[in-house]
Design a protein around this ligand. Sequence first.
Ligand SMILES: N=CN[C@@H](CCC(=O)O)C(=O)O
Ligand SMILES: [Zn+2]
Length: 412
Amino acid sequence: MTTLFIHIKQLIQVREKGLLKVSGKDMKTLPFIENAYLLIENDSIKDFGPMADCRSTKADTIIDATGKIVMPTWCDSHTHVVYAGNRVQEFVDRINGLSYEEIANRGGGILNSAEQLQNTTEDDLYKQSLARVKQLMALGTGAIEIKSGYGLTVNAELKMLRVIKRLKTDLKIAIKATFLGAHAVPKHFKDNKQGYLNEIATKMLPKIKDEQLADYIDIFCEKGYFDLDDTDFILTEGKKYGLTPKIHVNQFNAFGGVALAVKHKALSVDHLEELNENDIEALKNSNTMPVALPSCSYFLSIPYTPGRALIDAGLPLALATDFNPGSTPSGNMNFVVSTACIKMKLTPEEAINAATLNGAYAMDYSNDLGSITIGKKANIILTKAIPSFHYLPYAFGENCIDKVMINGEFIS
Ligand SMILES: N=CN[C@@H](CCC(=O)O)C(=O)O
Ligand SMILES: [Zn+2]
């Protein structure tokens, strides 16, 4: 089965094999070929180059991409897309003056989502989540990470992770699963945080390992949630079960969580709305990817991650949605890329690098996804006719996508 795209206006993010992430100044370059072709064979990228070099004239499907951009699909390395119901009332409460923290302190927030999820059957949770993931795929996302963390009991956390496993089996999109049992202290452990952490270590992690339900271990390292000792404990316990750390840190306060995550060889540190020099120093000479979540900053009206400072310090940066019912009820990576340019002052080249190759890195997928590279999976966005790739973040809110291909097959 072959598909040949011809006369592509710009084929972007073309890379040699072996490049797993881009950092610092290199993020300003987004290699592309004008008037290009791209040949897909079965589920992989077989060949590409300038039209003048196009030797293949036969394929099962030929697509004339005149005026259009072809690029790798978005790699969304931070989502909570498996959740039950919504938190619309909290949205209205915030408009009327309550803060995110005040809502959480009143028993809303994560605990509200946990209650809704505990009262939802696994099948219903699967259906709600499947609909969301399909929506994201149509918006150009070809790989996602999904977290647990709205269960907060042994059964409900396992329910979430089993739903993620079903999504992995049923959908073509690449999915990584993260265990975020330490998302908040549940009501039944109020005043006994260590009791809950012990439950995670002794009851949840062994079952997760038995059923092979997770790739990563996460914790919400934040004042009022889990401190540095808790984070050290959970990451140590998770690693005993083969789970790599990938954590929520510095959303509202910076107090050493980044350095601790680096010490634990975290794959990524996510949020970073509050960032200081020590955090930046800790990330230098590490393999940990900083991940910014600009839709969360937009929705909560909190500071944007200082992405410019990270890149200017020579570091890499990834962009992700944080799709969840409380702080970011949107999984649209196109909006994330626009917002990173508009609010964080990333160039379109930097933002697209951050949302493709670096996003793939933050899920251990950059050997297979995140760029137009021979041998990588054929996860492709074909845009509508647009002036250039710079138009993608510029035309925020406009749907510029014509078709999305996942593993060599068009899904829309
Ligand atoms: N900050 C922690 N967790 C989620 C949101 C949790 C919620 O409000 O439901 C986040 O990444 O923003
Ligand atoms: Zn999150």
